[in-house]
Design a protein around this ligand. Structure first.
Ligand SMILES: CC(C)(COP(=O)(O)OP(=O)(O)OC[C@H]1O[C@@H](n2cnc3c(N)ncnc32)[C@H](O)[C@@H]1OP(=O)(O)O)[C@@H](O)C(=O)NCCC(=O)NCCS
Length: 175
């Protein structure tokens, strides 16, 4: 597969969703059967890293990695007392990365890190353009993913959810 370094929005007429495999069936299934529909329904947006050349067998570009972004809400009671006291007692908007995955053949080469930075950059721009969100949440699928996100400063929010405050995201891109 010829490596490409630019993420673009998923286009099912150009990108080969079927042959993507990251080792986590739930994420492969999302890309293959739901991501495109969710974009049409305005539920979430999926960005993919396509191989430069299409495969001869499908004439579609293999997908090397993908990430999905959208928004959700969290409750004040899930936040630390220090943060929570300044917030209203109704659902609070946050950005979320529901999916992030790299094809098995390409894992461990920095692509996952690049995808995470791009997702955070999207949220940074959304925030500076007036879209509200007090931070970013992510639900790591296993201990490996949990360890990777913690390297970026994500901290425990609830049992299976990590949180990164918008202030930290801004510092990342303002500096
Ligand atoms: C998790 C995943 C997205 C990471 O992508 P990747 O391209 O393999 O990871 P990268 O090479 O970009 O590494 C990112 C960072 O994590 C670190 N890392 C990699 N594996 C790790 C592990 N097992 N434990 C701790 N850190 C690890 C890397 O060292 C790197 O940090 P560094 O820049 O400080 O060295 C990828 O392995 C994957 O798709 N896994 C299957 C699906 C999945 O678990 N997705 C997460 C859903 S929540």
């Amino acid at each position: 597969m010829t490596l490409c370094t630019k993420f673009v929005e998923l286009n099912k007429k150009q990108h080969d969703r079927k042959n993507f495999g990251c080792g986590v069936g739930q994420l492969d299934d999302f890309l293959q059967t739901k991501a495109s529909n969710h974009r049409e329904q305005k539920i979430s947006k999926t960005m993919v890293l396509p191989a430069t050349k299409p495969a001869a067998s499908t004439n579609l570009h293999p997908i090397q990695a993908f990430y999905t972004t959208t928004q959700t809400t969290i409750e004040r009671k899930t936040l630390s007392a220090a943060v929570a006291k300044a917030l209203p007692n109704y659902p609070i908007p946050v950005f979320i990365i529901p999916c992030l995955a790299v094809d098995k053949k390409l894992q461990g080469q920095g692509i996952g890190k690049a995808a995470l930075i791009l997702a955070l950059e999207e949220f940074y721009h959304a925030s500076t353009n007036g879209i509200s969100g007090i931070g970013v949440v992510i639900d790591p699928i296993d201990k490996k993913a949990d360890a990777i996100y913690r390297k970026f400063g994500f901290e425990t929010l609830t049992a299976n959810r990590l949180f990164l405050g918008m202030g930290t995201v801004e510092e990342l891109f303002n500096s």
